[in-house]
Design a protein around this ligand. Structure first.
Ligand SMILES: Cc1cc2nc3c(=O)[nH]c(=O)nc-3n(C[C@H](O)[C@H](O)[C@H](O)COP(=O)(O)O)c2cc1C
Length: 328
């Protein structure tokens, strides 16, 4: 048995709140930033197996794990089982905590080609693919999927969970929407609860966890081993420490102070520029700003100033002025 399998099984009992894989978001920098505010287990952005096997630079960047990424999994996606297995062997060399197969992406250009949630069209083929990938690597393999494609009257996820366990999946993350819902409508956690009941591998519930209270409720209501947080982490990474405090100590933490919000902006900018240089490193940080600065006096003006500035020094100057104003 691979040592990470035993590790994975016990991990969720102490570290049940997981950072979701998000394309263009959960890169090395963002994972590191989230760890400063309590995130522990996380995943890379999804990696296209064809890109990876071609040696494409972006795919290689995505699977690069840093020393502090010990609790990070690599997620891969593709439509061809053999290419997935080959890419899994390649990704395994980066020594991830585990490998995850994306069977949940609803985006038409991915799902329409049979990758991501496209696998839900043929559960039989999906199970065979997972079996092949599992047998190709030593590291644990998990699957992230959705409750179904969309039009079903009864979602296939419950039966599928059982079959994926039989195929050797080490854990299962269920985004509790159908593929046709995309990101709209409400996630229905009851499907994660139903799937959890029929398997003995850890099930992670995902979808619409926007606060520490939601994280606790998702775990309590479903009995799942873990809970995965996606979009809320983009704007409010403090959700990890807030959820950890609530789950571990029953404590409701105060929201981050204005100074902390500004300091997180500084850290994110610095880390991104270190990794990507200017101006790109500054620009990619912008999508997080409205969340980071939420509730600050003069937030919209501050955001406008930052959005116009392409240099790290300039942005840090703007943030310093804001800090002084807040302290006055
Ligand atoms: C910008 C963005 C990028 C995403 N990229 C991925 C991805 O690479 N792999 C994946 O499995 N899911 C991806 N997702 C889906 C999330 O992992 C998650 O399942 C979904 O957002 C629901 O969780 P939430 O309600 O907490 O956001 C992405 C979501 C967003 C918003």
């Amino acid at each position: 048995m691979h040592p990470n399998l035993a590790r994975l099984r016990e991990l969720y009992s102490t570290k049940p709140v997981i950072l979701a894989p998000m394309e263009d978001v959960t890169d090395m920098v963002f994972r590191r930033l989230c760890r400063t505010v309590g995130s522990e287990v996380g995943m890379t952005e999804f990696v296209n197996v064809e890109g990876l096997l071609r040696g494409c630079r972006n795919a290689k960047r995505k699977i690069r794990l840093a020393e502090d990424d010990q609790l990070t999994a690599i997620q891969i996606y593709g439509a061809d089982p053999e290419r997935l297995a080959e890419a899994a062997r390649f990704a395994e060399e980066a020594e991830p905590l585990f490998l995850d197969i994306n069977c949940g992406c609803w985006v038409p250009k991915i799902c329409g080609r049979g990758a991501g949630a496209g696998w839900l069209r043929e559960p039989e083929a999906m199970v065979a693919m997972v079996k092949m990938v599992v047998s190709s690597v030593a590291v644990p393999v998990t699957v992230k999927t959705r409750i179904g494609l969309g039009p079903e009257s009864h979602m296939p996820i419950v039966d599928l969970a059982r079959r994926l366990e039989d195929a050797g999946a080490a854990a299962l993350t269920i985004h509790c929407r159908t593929a046709s819902m995309g990101h709209s409508g409400a996630a229905d956690w009851t499907w994660a609860a139903k799937a959890r009941e029929v398997v003995s591998i850890p099930v992670i519930v995902n979808g619409d966890v926007k606060s520490a209270d939601d994280a606790k409720r998702a775990l309590d209501e479903t009995g799942c081993a873990g809970v995965m947080v996606g979009r809320r982490a983009i704007e409010h990474p403090w959700i990890f420490r807030e959820a950890n405090a609530l789950l571990r100590e029953g404590k409701t933490l105060a929201p981050p102070t204005d100074e902390e919000r500004l300091e997180l902006c500084r850290s994110h900018l610095r880390l991104n520029v270190e990794e990507r240089t200017e101006p790109y490193g500054v620009r990619v940080t912008r999508r997080h700003l409205s969340g980071y600065l939420a509730g600050l006096r003069g937030a919209s003006q501050l955001r406008q100033q930052l959005n116009k500035c392409d240099t790290l020094e300039g942005c840090l100057g703007i943030l310093d002025t804001a800090t002084t104003r807040i302290a006055a």
